[in-house]
Write a protein that binds this ligand. Structure first.
Ligand code: ME8
Length: 515
């Protein structure tokens, strides 16, 4: 059976800043869903990259005493390194300074012109360079003579000739599509619901045509036929999602992935993804993405992460200290996806020690050492499920469906909670059944119990692969599961009796917190 293609994206990150835990978080969520969809057998296209144009990046380059191109080459590379260290499985890494992206942006612009969606006018209004966004006067607050956007960014008065996109015209159509049921071919889903309501309220209150070109700087993609203008950086940036799918070649193989299934974004950039982007696409006669999921923001030990506080957390240092699997697990376990959360060392250590080392790790270590010692390292035969095993084993039948359902809703924390609930039960089961004591009283029953535990741990390791690819690969090795039998569907086929298991070694080390 051939499965539907799945297209997942992260935001493309500005190269004005070095990567921090917030960037790692969005891409991690995307990575986990991409890996899960591959485990289910879907063809997946997972895109990430860097956003390299605009006034903000130009200024950062100047501050660093570099030419914008050399500067973006350097910082873009640090996002690639982050992706590698986090073990992200992206299929493409796009940079907006690439030729293919110029071609896509200019083709999209020409299509919008041809469709009568762009006109030349004059822009006069408030602009925040930090957000690369325009704001209405009613959105601003004033302190000490300086006006600020709702995001806290200072705004400046800008007056220049500008091309405009007829955004207002798409207002009704956007509202209609937000309200269509999920899965409807024309639906634009904005999740979680609180964000959807926010977006709807904003659109309902009225949209103004959007200024989509600038003449006061040059670091951007020239407007076709009018090179005094560069494209507004958000039009340029959002287009990355179709560039990578081959646009403007709608016969490209990759184009089969469009429309994207989920754009993962932080809550700060919902407006761009859920309003401007679908409007641009509809105006160009292209289907909008199916879903935008906006997650919340991390604070650090209770404080906002900011350059001035110097408290941004470098994910590479955390990987070094706690290991990649623990970090990946913690980020998606600790906070409901969609809510804001606080990053605290203590909480990370608590999850690592309690759920990974004492929970899953200890279960695997106890079971595998008993098989090693008492069964000479050979996997016992598959066994019937006795009454005493029924409650525990029944949960395994539905585990991957439950996890899949939560992941289809981007509820990563619920998926992990569902697995951990059964891990807790498995630890209860091993304690009650006490296979170490059965060694002296009932060898047959001992083998049955160990086999059931092996089956359970195999299921945990299989469904947890997207979250902790390194550790779960190691665990599946220790369980004797061949590399080509690690998909979800393989769980239905028991490993043969007598499979030789290597000597186990601990998966997770507990951390003694000095702090
Ligand atoms: O907005 N907590 O890029 P950006 C959680 N280039 N996530 C955070 C975070 C935090 N404290 N800080 C940042 C841009 N993020 C544009 C996007 S897309 C066409 C263009 C994450 O480098 C979050 O996903 O400012 C946010 O949306 C993204 O980083 C912003 O990255």
């Amino acid at each position: 059976m051939s499965r539907a293609p799945i297209y997942l994206t992260t935001p493309i990150y500005y190269v004005n800043d070095n990567p921090h835990i917030g960037h790692a978080y969005t891409s991690l969520a995307t990575d986990v869903l991409a890996r899960w969809k591959r485990l289910q057998g879907h063809p997946v296209f997972f895109l990430t990259g860097t956003d390299e144009h605009g006034q903000k990046v130009e200024k950062a380059a100047r501050d660093a005493g570099m030419e914008p191109q050399a500067f973006t080459d350097q910082v873009s590379q640090s996002f690639r390194v982050l992706a590698e260290k986090m073990n992200f499985s992206h299929d493409d890494f796009i940079r907006t300074t690439e030729k293919r992206h110029y071609a896509a942006c200019q083709a999209l612009w020409e299509r919008l012109i041809a469709n009568g969606e762009i006109y030349l006018g004059h822009y006069e209004g408030w602009y925040a360079v930090r957000d690369e966004a325009f704001y209405g006067p009613d959105e601003l607050t004033e302190r000490d003579g300086v006006k600020y956007a709702p995001s806290g960014a200072p705004v400046e008065w800008v007056r220049e000739p500008s091309y405009f996109f007829r955004l207002e015209k798409w207002r009704e159509e956007l509202l209609r599509r937000y309200d269509l049921p999920a899965g409807h071919p024309e639906a634009i889903e904005v999740l979680p619901e609180s964000r959807r309501n926010e977006v709807k309220a904003f659109v309902k209150s009225g949209l103004q045509d959007l200024s989509i070109s600038r003449t006061s700087f040059t670091w951007g993609i020239p407007v076709p036929g009018d090179p005094a203008h560069v494209m507004y950086v958000w039009l340029d940036a959002l287009t990355n999602y179709i560039t990578a799918a081959g646009y403007p070649d709608e016969n490209a193989e990759k184009w089969g992935f469009w429309p994207a299934d989920v754009h993962f974004v932080g809550k700060d950039i919902v407006r761009f993804h859920a309003i401007y982007w679908p409007a641009f696409l509809m105006a160009a006669g292209i289907k909008p993405a199916k879903r935008v999921f906006a997650h919340g923001w991390w604070t650090i030990e209770g404080q906002k992460m900011s350059k001035s506080l110097g408290n941004a957390i470098d994910p590479l240092a955390l990987i070094e200290e706690f290991g990649l699997d623990a970090l990946r697990y913690f980020l998606l376990r600790e906070v409901p996806f969609g809510n804001d959360g606080d990053f605290a060392r203590k909480a990370l250590i608590g999850r690592l020690n309690g759920e990974l080392a004492d929970g899953l790790g200890n279960l695997a270590q106890r079971t595998l050492s008993l098989i090693q010692r008492n069964c000479e390292g050979h996997l016992p035969a598959p066994a019937d499920i006795a009454e005493a095993d029924r409650t525990f084993m029944a949960q395994l039948d539905t585990l991957s469906t439950t996890v899949g359902k939560h992941l289809d809703d981007q509820q990563f924390h619920l998926a992990l909670e569902a697995v951990m609930a059964v891990v807790r039960d498995a630890n209860g089961y091993i304690t009650v059944q006490a296979p170490w004591a059965l060694k002296k009283t009932d060898l047959v029953r001992m083998a049955v119990v160990l086999r059931h535990l092996h089956t359970a741990i195999r299921a945990f390791a299989t469904v947890l692969q997207p979250f902790m690819p390194d550790g779960m690969a190691k665990l599946l090795d220790q369980l004797g599961v061949p590399a080509d039998a690690r998909g979800l569907e393989d769980l239905a086929t028991p490993l043969p009796e007598g499979t030789v298991l290597p000597a186990p070694s601990p998966l997770f080390m507990k951390i003694q917190d000095a702090a």
